[in-house]
Design a protein around this ligand. Sequence first.
Ligand code: SF4
Ligand code: SF4
Length: 422
Amino acid sequence: MSKVWNWHLGRDMDYPYDGAFPERQFAFVFNINRCIACQSCTMACKSTWTFSKGQEQMWWANVETKPYGGYPQAWDVKTLDLLEKADPGGQVWRGSSGDDPRSPYGRYDGRTIFEARQAILSPDSSRVLGYLPTDEEWNSPNIYEDNPVGGQGIPRELHKTGESLPIHKTWFFYLARICNHCTYPACLAACPRRAIYKRPEDGIVLIDQSECRGYRKCVEACPYKKTMYRGNTRVSEKCIACYPRVEGKDPESDGAPMETRCMAACIGQIRMQGLVKMAPDGTWAEDRWNPLYYLVHVAKVALPLYPQFGTQPNGFYIPPRWVPREYLRQMFGPGVDEAIERYANPDRELLAVLQLFRRSNRIIYRYEIQEGPKIHEGEVNGRRVTLYNDTVIAHGRKNEELFRTTIEEPFHVRPAAHANSI
Ligand code: SF4
Ligand code: SF4
């Protein structure tokens, strides 16, 4: 095992290979507060990549209702359980979040899936703690859709009188998921044929179909269960991050890097994907005006999914405001309270950056803000709020302007001729 720095954990971590980092890394932020589970993302991916024979139960992109839903069923609970069995009571964090981008969430003292495996088995056995889901667990990709926790004594009954923030007693939320194109991929670590590789140009993790022999070690190892076995070809497949689009080879892109299909299709405008600059130690190099860098490292509203697994995933989530914090801390680590506090009380810059989501399908490399006039003064949750109609401008790879948008969205008045007659 090698020692690699895992900035989500704020410490060195054991990993079967030395760290090797791309110049830029495929990464994304999903704002859970806005997802409506329309499944447009799921279907955009399905109709692009997994519509063929043998892929019927294969969903590289999926949206599941938490806490009961999961694809495959209970993937996260099962992995958390394995970690707990291997290291009872060990999943604890200490220290507080700070400004050091090498340890923004404090330090995780528990074992990761790489370290827990090493502790309970001989060094030459399987390299990663994991499990192989059953066929039944892959069968129902949207099981328990919209089933809430709580209710008034009757399981799964909706609240009669409504709920209010900060925390709902009856709750669920939608968790949109794709492969995280992890910095320390468990799928890659587990593959005995070295058929899985991470591209040096963008960190996208791919399976070489000609090298794969269908051992399913990657399916067993990925804690997010984002590699899938295809029975008729007998090889595993996974999300390829729509790499032709990211490379600018989509016919619509004129050579400019474009976001993936699932991002582009998002009706709720919850998704933003980009390519972040990497430092030589696998952390994100400072890039103050990159919107993903800003959301993760400056505003700190977006957090990694189950950082304790140890793969250093490159998918980040703005956690849902209404969900019990304990549940969210288990899912996104100790940065949850700070992230929700900032998201609920956004400053001028955060408000502007949130307007960048889904205004274009081109990848944003840089943004700038032009200050505008004051448009509102008032009180929200006992706090004074002043709103300015700032303009936020997005730039692409060659620093060209992609679009500009304002805080205040324009009103569109439907002409009488088209009045809604339903
Ligand atoms: S999410 Fe799973 S499949 Fe994707 S890179 Fe990470 S370990 Fe591999
Ligand atoms: S398209 Fe967007 S809003 Fe709709 S389910 Fe997917 S992530 Fe959620």
